[in-house]
Design a protein around this ligand. Sequence first.
Ligand SMILES: [Zn+2]
Ligand SMILES: [Zn+2]
Length: 302
Amino acid sequence: MQVYHPVCLTDYHLEHIYDGMKVTLLGTGADHCIPAFRCACPVCRDARKRGVNRQNSAASVKLPTGEIILIDMPPQIMMMLRRYNIADDRISSVLVTHKHGDHTLGLRYLFHGSEKKGFTVEEPVNLFIPNSTYKAVSKKLLSGRNYDLFPEQTDYYRIKFIKAYEKFIISGIEIIPLETGHLKAKAGGNAEEESFGFLIKNPGGNNFAYLLDASMNLPDKTMSLLKKEPIGCLVLDCTYSHTTMDSGHFDVDGVIKIKEELKPEKMFVSHISHKNMTFKELSESLSKYFIEMSYDGLEIDL
Ligand SMILES: [Zn+2]
Ligand SMILES: [Zn+2]
């Protein structure tokens, strides 16, 4: 078990201590967003008419100390932080789920931070990332620098490699990476690369589980762990309305099955693509199972 205390409590933190954790869903769309760029499908047309906006998926979790954890950094991350009033100077840690660009292209803002580029660095950010994900994204984003040569620790960020089911602690909060089987399903069952969801344990009892980009055949170990821990709030992938093969994502029937198996107190769907139903249709299909729609900017108190 690893323990990190990345941020010392400042006067600001002491003044703003509150009991719970607050999650903000910064984006709730799949790779192509809703509406997708110039797409004239019924879902995108309906979204333009009703003002539905789903950007790439990411979340922030505000801890009782006031420090903030980000889950994923999509390309829109800078605008999301401003739009939803997330104080970037309180972000102590970034957790990364997997290598795909809709979750990682915004990591360039972290990787490119250095004194040479004019940044004044007070505390480095801890980047919790699977090794295979770091390898893939650093090759893409570190301006051609070789992964093996590039120093992994800088004044601006500290890399903490995480492994499936090995818990780590951020300021007293226990976090468990859960394999979602997403990349394995995409590769026809043979991928070595990891794709993670996270179980964030709340000392107040309302545990938070975030599983996007997840295969409907969730690994047994992930399911048994989620059954063991009472879940206060589950945010689950619902990319498609219906899929016949293991696409590495959930569809509506798969989401309903998980609700019945895990019985979380509250459940939201996210990572919704334009290959799903319209907002109203999806909301009506899920509401009878007490599953709620997410939207960009949704705040959940735990
Ligand atoms: Zn995705
Ligand atoms: Zn569309």
